[in-house]
Design a protein around this ligand. Sequence first.
Ligand code: SF4
Length: 374
Amino acid sequence: MSSHAPFPPSATKRWKICTGSFALGLQVPEPPETEYAADGTRLHAVAREALVDKTVPSKEDAAALKPFLDYVARIAKTSIWLRVEQWINHSALLSGTPDVLAMHKDATLEVVDLKNGAGILVDPVENDQMLTYAYMALRELEGEGLTVPWKIRLTVVQPPDEAKQVKSWDTTRDRVLEHGKAIGAAIQTALEGRGELVPGDHCRFCKAKAICPKLRGEVVEALAGTVPSSLTPAALATWLDRADRMEKFIDAVREAGHDIASRAVAEGTPGIPGWGLKPKRATRSWADEDKVLEIARKRRIKIWQDKLLSPAMAEKEHPNLPQELREQIIAVSSGMNLVRLKAGEAPMHTVKVPEDASKKERLQANIALMKFRR
Ligand code: SF4
C-alpha cells in the first residue's frame, strides 16, 4: 500500500521522472482519500487479517481476495520466510509497506502486490513501485545479515483482471540496485530544488496537477490561438499528447470541485454556485444471491449458466420473472457526480449511508437519492 513518506513508493514513477513534482506538491494539501482508495485500504486490511490473524473474511471480501490469498498460501509453502505488510523504513524520505515479501529456497526474493482496481491493469515488468519495494527490501536484508538474494521476482495479483490475475516478472539484483541509484539521484535532485517538471501519464495521480505551470501553460497556449484544423500531422502529434495532459488539468479542476461540494454537504460549508452533487446512475444486482438461487430452484426457473445470471440477463431470459425474484433486485449508485444544477434547483442532495450498511439499507438510501437523479 502507499505511505505518506515524502517520496511514496507507489508514486515512484512520478517523482523519478518529474523531479519537480516534489517541490510543487509541497504547496498543495494532501487530498482527502477517495472512496475508491478507502475501499482498497480496507481490502488490504482484510487480507492482512486473513493471512496474519487467520480471520475469515466476509463472503464478498473472500471472493474479491481469493486469487491473492490463494497465491500467498501457495508461495508460503515453498518459501524460507514470508512477511505480510511489514513496514520498511529505508530512510526519513523513503519508506513503505510491501503487501508481501517472500524469500524462496533458491534465494529468490519475491515482492507481491495486491491491486484491487479494475480501471488500470498493472504490469510487473519494470514496475517502478515494485522495484522500489524490492530495493528497500534488499537493503533491509543486508542490514539484518540475512541471505541476500540474487534473483528478484515482482508479482502483481489483480483479481479484477479476468485475463490474468497473477503476473510475475523475474529480474536481477543488479537491475534493482540500478533502480535504487536512479531513485536516489531523483530524490537528491528534488531536494536540492533542481527538479524539472516533466509531464506524462504519471500526472494522472499528481496532487499538484491543478497548479502545475507545465499543464496550465499548455492549456493557455492552446487557448491563445492554436487552430487545430490547420495543424500539420507532426504538430498534431505533439498537440494530441498535450491534449491528454490538458485533460489531466481539467480533471483536477473537476476533482477540486467535487471535493468542495462533498465538504459542503458534510460540513455545511459554502458550496459552488450553480453546481451540486447528484448520484451516479445506479447498477443493479441481487440483494441476496443464495436466496435468489433458492427461490429459482423452488420455482424451477433456470437462472444460472456458469454462474448466477445478472438481473438484466434474468429478465431477458424470463420476461415474466416472478415478483418474488424481482424483489431481490437492488439498484445501488456507486457514487456522486458533480453536475450543473437547473435554475432554482436545490444545490446538494445526499443521503448518508454507514460504511457497514447492508445492501438493503443501501437500496433504501438509493431510492431516496434516485428522485434527484438527472
Ligand atoms: S502535473 Fe505532471 S508535470 Fe506537473 S508536477 Fe505533477 S507530474 Fe509533474
